[in-house]
Design a protein around this ligand. Structure first.
Ligand code: ATP
Ligand code: ZN
Length: 292
């Protein structure tokens, strides 16, 4: 197989026409990589970087990256783990979040992994599921299906299933009950272990830096408020800021405007405390990207 190192472009594998496609392309767009219309072709050239995307089935991505056909790939951790692919995981990305769960018929009232002993379990993930039961010494029969796993119990092909779940709606609609999550997944950026040219390494570093900035921005909010000047020391205590906040005097005597960035996770706590400290007109804005 020809490896991508013989080419000049950094080749990135992206799922074609699936759950991860839009979000991955949005991320690439968000970090400043511009592409022509991707819908029509399998290989899409980046207009402003020496990068090309290869749009393929997600199941093929770990192998393409392992073999060096692609240098990088965006794919679910579930697929990487299922294939036991020999690749480097560069980043976990907070989308395509789901879990592989064991589920049984509602009336069977399965409650723990041990309750699946002796059962026929349908799954598209025989690797992860088999490993889970082997590690616990629980004997089950795994039935590998490539899709529509959730209808297997109704068709009496299996007693229970191991399938990807995000909200659980599909399970419930099929009279199934989620019992235990056996693998937590999100999209990962993976890299080949084959040697990369220095140009590709450099480009990968730039992409990673931009992804980190993009993710940090997604987890942060820009906040602006007015406050009495004498409250500034107290407000500074409250804000777990990346850097010291910007404090600007207002025309109103004794009042200042404060601008800063806060982690989204602490936002509501911070907001309430700021109000107590005398801040008014608190405005929160999303941030497109940032470099810490
Ligand atoms: P392909 O045609 O590329 O093989 P697929 O049918 O295997 O597509 P999708 O259903 O598009 O795959 O799912 C792609 C990935 O999205 C999954 O491997 C998983 O990482 C993630 N995902 C997130 N939520 C869910 C969910 N509720 N069900 C299935 N996959 C999910
Ligand atoms: Zn697939």
């Amino acid at each position: 197989m020809r490896t991508s190192d013989s080419d000049t472009s950094l080749r990135i594998a992206v799922q074609k026409g699936g759950r991860l496609t839009e979000k991955t392309l949005k991320l690439l767009d968000g970090i400043g990589l511009k592409f022509d219309d991707y819908k029509r072709s399998l290989v899409v050239k980046c207009l402003n970087f020496d990068v090309e995307l290869l749009l393929i089935r997600d199941d093929d991505i770990p192998e393409y990256v392992e073999d060096g056909v692609c240098d990088l790939g965006f794919v679910g951790a579930n697929v990487v783990a299922e294939d036991d692919a020999d690749v480097t995981i560069l980043r976990g990305l907070n989308y395509g979040v789901c879990r592989l769960s064991l589920a049984g018929k509602k009336e069977d009232k399965l409650r723990r992994a041990e309750d699946f002993a002796g059962k026929r379990i349908a799954t598209s993930y025989p690797g992860i599921t088999g490993r889970f039961f082997r590690d616990r010494g629980i004997g089950v029969e795994i039935i590998t299906l490539s899709g529509s796993v959730e209808i297997a119990p109704r068709l009496e092909i299996a007693d229970a299933i191991s399938d990807l779940v995000s909200t659980g709606g599909t399970l419930r609609a099929n009279g199934l009950e989620e019992v235990v999550s056996i693998f937590e997944s999100e999209t990962q950026l993976i890299q080949t272990k084959k040697p990369l040219s220095s140009g590709k390494k450099e480009l990968t570093e730039r992409i990673l830096q931009r992804i980190d900035g993009y993710q940090l921005a997604a987890r942060s909010r820009y906040i602006m408020m007015n406050a009495p000047a004498e409250s500034v020391p107290e407000i500074k205590e409250i804000i777990p800021s990346l850097k010291s906040p910007t404090v600007m005097p207002l025309a109103d005597n004794g009042m200042v405007a404060i601008h800063t960035v806060v982690p989204l996770s602490t936002f509501w706590d911070v907001m309430e405390k700021l109000k107590e400290a005398g801040a008014t007109g608190i405005v929160m804005l999303p941030i497109e990207s940032m470099i810490a």
